[in-house]
Every structure is written in C-alpha cells, then in structure tokens.
Write a protein that binds this ligand. Sequence first.
Ligand code: MIC
Ligand code: SF4
Length: 639
Amino acid sequence: MGQTLAEKIIAAHLVEGKMQPGEQIGLRIDHTLTQDSTGTLAYLEFEAMGASRVKTALSLSFVDHNMLQNDFRNADDHRYLQDVAAKYGIVFSRPGNGICHQLYLERFARPGYTLLGSDSHTPTAGGVGMIAIGAGGFDVAAAMAGEPFYLDMPSILGVKLTGALSPFVSAKDVILAVLKKLTVKGGLNKILEYYGSGVKTLSVPERGTIANMGTETGATTSIFPSDEVTRAFLKSQKREDQWVELKADDDAKYSDVLDLNLSEIEPLIALPHSPDNVKAVSEVEGTPIDQVCIGSCTNSSLRDLKMVAALLKGRKISDHVSLTISPGSRQVLENLAATGELLDIIRAGARILENACGPCIGIGQAPPTDGVSLRTFNRNFKGRSGTQSAKVYLVSPETAVASAIYGEITDPRKLGVYPKITLPAEITIDVGMFIFPKKRFTGEVRRGPNIKPLPDFAPLPNKLTGEVLLKLGDNVSTDDILPGGSEIMALRSNIPEISKYVFCNVDREFADRALKKGGGFIVGGENYGQGSSREHAALAPKYLGVKAVIAKSFARIHLANLVNFGIVPLTFEDKQDYARVAQGDVLEIDLTELKSKLRVRNSTKGEEFQVALNLSEREKSVLKTGGKLAAIKAKQTKA
Ligand code: MIC
Ligand code: SF4
C-alpha cells in the first residue's frame, strides 16, 4: 500500500516505535527553532542538560515576541539569548528581523526535513512539505541535545482541495472553512495533509497561512506537497538547490478525507471568542469596528502585504478605525519599500509597527473598552488582545482592508476589481539581521537580574491529597492559564514572579489560594490547555503547588508540558463524573503504582470515581521523578 507524504517523512526520521496511530514514536529532528518568550526557559533547560553544542543540523533562536523594552528585563532576555546562541552554535535572529515562522519559511524551511519549535505555530513550515511540530521548550531543548522527539503517532487526515479560489477569497478563508468543519479540537492527534488538484493554485505563503492555523484545530501539524510552486518559491529565495519533489503515493490511504472545493469558499470570519466560531462575512456585515490589525505569523507574508498595498492604493481608511500593519519580516518590508507599495500603505493611513508578533499576543494595540477589532491573526481568545471587554474577529487581509476603509465589517467583494498579485521571481534577500555562529565562543553568557534559576521540584509522592482549587469548562486555553501581554510576558524568565498571574483573568485569588492551601487540583473540561506551547502554563501552576489536572481531554502540547513539569494529567473515565466534582472538594489519589486506571476519592462527597493516566512508560518515569527538570538535576547530583 502506498504512503501519505507525512508517513514518508516520518518513516525517514523514525528512530523508535511503529507508525501505528496512537503508538509512541521517536523522531529524529533536523532543525529546531525557539522564540524569545519560550526560548529563555528552553535555553536554561538546555544549559541544565550539559551539552556543549547543539547536535542538530540547524538550530535557530528568534526574538519576536517581547519587543517592548520598558525596562531592563526584556533587553536582558534578548542579550542572554544572543550569548547562548553564540556559545552553543545556534543561529540568532536579532530583534526587529521579523516573526519566527515567517522568517523560517523564507530562509530555512526545506522539503522533507523535520522541525521542532517552541511555539505552537511551528507547523507553518508544513507549507513547503516538511514535518514541523510545535512543542514545549523542554522537548525542543532535548532535540537540540540530540535526543529524539517523542509523540503519539497521529492519524493522517487527507484534506482534498479541488477548484480554485474566487476573487477576494484567500488562504485565511480556506483555513477558516477547515476550522468550521473540524472545530478547535477536531484535529487532535491528527496531521492534516493537503492534496488534490487545488493545491497547485496556492502559493507557498498561502500554504503557510493554512498550515499555520491548522494549529487551531488541535492538529499535530499540517503538510502540503513540495511541487513546482514550492520550487519557484525557493528559487525566489535563492534556495532552489534545496528543492525536492515530494508528494503522497497515488494509492496512499488517509484515515479520513475532508473534501474542500476552493471555488465554493466565500469570505469567512471567526467571531469572538474562538477561532472555530466561523460565519460568512456577509452574515455580520455592517458591524461597526474600532480597529484593524494586519500581520502575525498567519498573514504577514509578501503576498499578503502586496495584496494589502494594492487594495489600499489611492484609498483612505475610515476616521473611526485604527489600522496597524506588522510585516512578517524585514525582507518583506524591504521588498515593499523597494517597489513603492509601502507608500500606498502609509498614505492610506496605516500605522506601521515593528516586524514582530506585537498585537497578536497583546504587546501593544489593546483595543478600547468594548471595542471591536478585526485581525488577520490566528487566535481571538477572550482577553488575548489586552482588553477583556474587546470583541476580536479573525479575517483575511482582504476583509481586513475592506473593513478598515468602510469602518464596519465589510465583504471585500464590495471593493470591486480584485488585484492580481504575483510573487516576483526575484526578490531582495536580506539576511543581515541573522547572526551565524562562529566556531568558538570565548565570552561569557550574561544573565540579567530578571533571569532566575529554574526551581527545584521533589519526586512524585505516593499519594496526592488536596482541594480542587479551580473548576473550569471546555477549551481552557493557555492564555486563560497564564495570559500574554507586555506586563506578564516580561516575567517569562522569572517563575516565582510570573506564577502570581496564574489564572489571573479567570480568578484573581487563584495564586494566593493555591499557595495558602499548599497546592491542590484543577478540574477542566474538553481540550484543556489548547493554544500556545508556553511551558509556563505548566511550570507556574506547578510552582504554586498544583499536583494534578483532571480533565475530560487535553490539548497535545500542554499535556506533554504537564508531564515534563511533574503535574499528573488525568482524564475522567466517565465524563459524567465531571459534574460530581466541585471546587473546594477534597480529593485523594493513590499513586503508589502509576497504573493506567486510577481511583480518585472525593472525601467531601464520600464517593469515588475512576480516571485514566494515558501515558507511556517513559512519560510515567518522568512523572515519578517529579518532571524532566528534577530528572536532570537528580542525574547531575549523582554525577
Ligand atoms: C501564541 O501565539 O500564543 C504564542 C505567544 O506565540 C505562544 C508561545 C508563547 O506563549 O510564548 C505559542 O503559540 O506557542
Ligand atoms: Fe507570534 Fe502571534 Fe504567531 Fe504566536 S500566533 S508566534 S504571538 S504572531
């Protein structure tokens, strides 16, 4: 039987396990990437592992998230990252160079390779036919130290594209159509593999947009074939020699197939507060808006900003709207400047922001109270913009521009003639803000006072007792667990300080209560921990004494992070039992043996229920030691 493209690349990198859906496999990782807000922890962890240099073919460290330098903290982090990169042989992308996923796609992504990144949108690189996976910093640090990346073999869902997109409909609408069908948990433990006659109608940046936001379905990653379109893209990036043709065999078997006729897709929009709350733009047309933000790793490519420039040319945005543009990379900005397209954007009234994540993670541009903000980003969780009462909608660049012009949600087809955007066969290449490591590093790694040592954790006790500190519903995101924004993110290298903000937008008293009670349990619904890869959403609760999370189901990356930091992830055997546990109930779990089925005693209610511990033996042993950090420290003490 033939193979899917994902299976081919996995097979070529398989170092452990069998390629059976659900079986644990170990993958050899070719490339790694980190960004600053997850990177400082990842490199502290890498340093603790004691390797003298990275063992991957290529490792990259980007600075794109915490860009505000209100005081010394972020600047110290940037300096630490630059020193570490030089010391361990890592390519460093300086602050201002651009967003990690956009830069990686432009300059480093290679068909057939594997990439592990400490950011959930790492799958963007699937746009050129590679297996690119997001993970917690620890797993990325381990990959840099030459260890395999372990995951459950996903099933491969085929997304069959036919037809071609209509005018004013673009890649964002395609992925919103997928999200509408799959929801934010429909991709869990799956790889979304795109194929079919429609693929060739999409450019690499468009494929990148679709692969990027596949993350929002909960998928492990997304992948496109590597074809002539990929070749042209790599050629324009002066990397044609890295092209190989890659595709699924004709008789490849997918676990399931989702048919999508591109010609039938119309402009779509995700309503507050979830990326799967998708409607047609025409259904909400006329809603007045306050802000439009264009950019993020989803929609900041040269293709997207050329479209934005063409649509804004000769027009003026509404007096009631603030329009911001964050280019994905310096290269994108430079190319827009060279052709004069940047002028069209400036003259229309746009505010040009730095080439970085910016408003996407609440680093500036928080909307006004009750404000309506249209964004070309990938997440619209409540409060992520920095304004709790804001209503954030997710749209394509085309819909964003049309709405900015009319001052209300507008179907872009109202703009008349659709500009034809062709990517130039040759573009200006700019690698000036990458620092490529030299053979020997003789300096010293500088750590500012905000970079605190990693905390110590004890091995897992035989019995867990404590109160349910918080009970939550479905789809709790890591933004709910530990929000972004400039104030909190400046503390990413300081666990004691950042832990004060755990669940701060859900329950202000949480951190104090957890500490006062000597820790306890969290109860969640389906898809607990969706969204970001931030380890802080596991490490900071651990620091506050959280012992276990009992949920109906978990998001993949967060589950791994919980294990890595010694928090026991348990799932309700019978989902009805969720209703029988209340905040404040005292629970008791015997963990003398880490069996796959365990009993939880609710001593407040005088009853018991069963939970599952769905982990491999390797993961259980990590948990027993108190997490990966404790395991490494134990090993070092022994030595
Ligand atoms: C995000 O989009 O939520 C982030 C910020 O990029 C995170 C990483 C982080 O929290 O630093 C992600 O997606 O993994
Ligand atoms: Fe940055 Fe937003 Fe992309 Fe996360 S989703 S990497 S914050 S641009």
